[in-house]
Design a protein around this ligand. Structure first.
Ligand code: ZN
Length: 379
């Protein structure tokens, strides 16, 4: 199916519901965009089928299931959980979608990567962490086989994502329609990845620019929303810009995606925006712990992060926030300075001292299990 056919199949009211900016971002121009601009104030035609946001007491986290590289695991069998980490990342990608990739991509000594991954994952396992949610999707070095090997050697329960980072779509995605991409994501959530009986636990997406998702990213995001909606699965986004994240959210919601399945990764220190999305059910991932200043030059000291968490807790949204480091044990071509062992060695005692044992445990465990619970249509 060609892209034109794919566009033509969109219901016109759906396009109008997007609003003019998003329509343009989606690469749709001419008469349709003009019409959308004129009618942008019309009510959306396709709202997510959203129930009330369940609160902490109703979530029954112990009974939830997380899909790991070694199959489904019950919440009751998970001690602490880290919601955004990486064993391996590869940023060798060159050029735009459809252009050739650097032949160095994922050409590494996998025995060495595995050994380093085992050493670090074992260290956090020894600190009481039982679940490692890995955020390396297609295009930035996902190796399901290596992750499963690390999980097997350490006893850590590990989750891998499907999805695409920014617009780093793998070469075989060239020319795919949105629905074809959605089908690829969906099949990884339902059946398995890379020819293995290992299902992805969620969909990872990302945005590059503070202006909002670019055209290629928008197509990926729409595909992610369609797949997530069909599987009832979680979408986690690398989204460091507030306005751009709101645009992303509008695209996802327009596709019928419910924010109760959304994890906002790399949120800048704009807590009002975090509260706004948390009220709609999103989970906020404070994932720059262990470095200071953070990637964007902000104060990411333990105390500053705990201040942000406390604001969410004070707003009654303590069940919508997680603390994690976004460490990457091995990153090529350049290394990446984070320390996932900092979370339980240094950060967690400070979190407990400020917010108490019960709230700290909710943030360091329950909220992660909740956010990454298996897709509601995955059996
Ligand atoms: Zn990350």
């Amino acid at each position: 199916m060609s892209e034109d056919v794919d566009k033509a199949r969109l219901d016109r009211r759906e396009l109008l519901g997007l609003g003019a900016g998003a329509v343009l971002a989606a690469g749709l121009t001419g008469g349709l965009a003009d019409a959308a601009s004129a009618e942008a104030r019309r009510p959306r035609s396709r709202k997510p089928a959203r129930g009330p946001v369940p609160r902490f007491a109703d979530r029954q986290v112990d009974k939830l299931v997380v899909e790991t590289v070694h199959g489904p695991v019950k919440g009751a069998d998970i001690p602490f959980a880290m919601g955004h980490e990486h064993v391996f990342g590869d940023l060798h990608r060159v050029g735009k979608v459809g252009q050739p990739w650097d032949p160095a991509y994922m050409d590494v000594d996998w025995a060495d990567v595995t050994a380093k991954g085992v050493e670090t994952v074992r260290a956090v396992r020894d600190q009481g962490v039982g679940l490692w949610v890995d955020w390396t999707p297609w295009g930035v070095g996902r190796s399901v086989q290596m992750t499963r090997d690390v999980a097997r050697q350490t006893g850590m329960k590990m989750v891998v994502p499907t999805g695409i980072y920014k617009d780093f779509a793998p070469p075989e995605f060239t020319g795919m329609t949105i629905n074809e991409m959605a089908e690829r994501f969906y099949r990884e959530l339902m059946y398995g990845c890379d020819g293995l009986p290992v299902r992805a636990g969620f969909i990872k997406i990302a945005i590059t620019d503070e202006k909002g998702p670019n055209k290629a990213e928008t197509r990926i995001h729409r595909a992610a929303a369609r797949a997530a909606r069909r599987a009832g699965a979680t979408i986690a986004a690398h989204a460091p810009f507030v306005d751009a994240t709101m645009r992303l959210v509008r695209i996802l919601e327009h596709e019928g995606f419910d924010l109760q399945r959304f994890v906002w990764g790399h949120p800048r220190a704009a807590v009002d925006a975090h509260i706004k999305l948390a009220k709609k059910g999103a989970t906020i991932a404070y994932d720059e712990i262990s470095i200071n200043p953070g990637f964007w030059g902000e104060d990411t000291s333990d105390e500053a992060i705990i201040d942000r968490i406390q604001r969410l807790v004070d707003a009654g949204l303590g069940d919508r926030v997680m603390a994690t480091t976004d460490d990457c044990v091995v990153m090529v071509p350049q290394n990446y300075e984070r320390d996932c062992t900092h979370l339980h060695r240094t950060f967690a005692p400070k979190l407990r001292a400020r917010l108490g044992e019960q709230t700290a445990n909710m943030i360091l465990r329950d909220n992660v299990i909740w956010a990454f619970r298996r897709g509601s249509h995955v059996r």
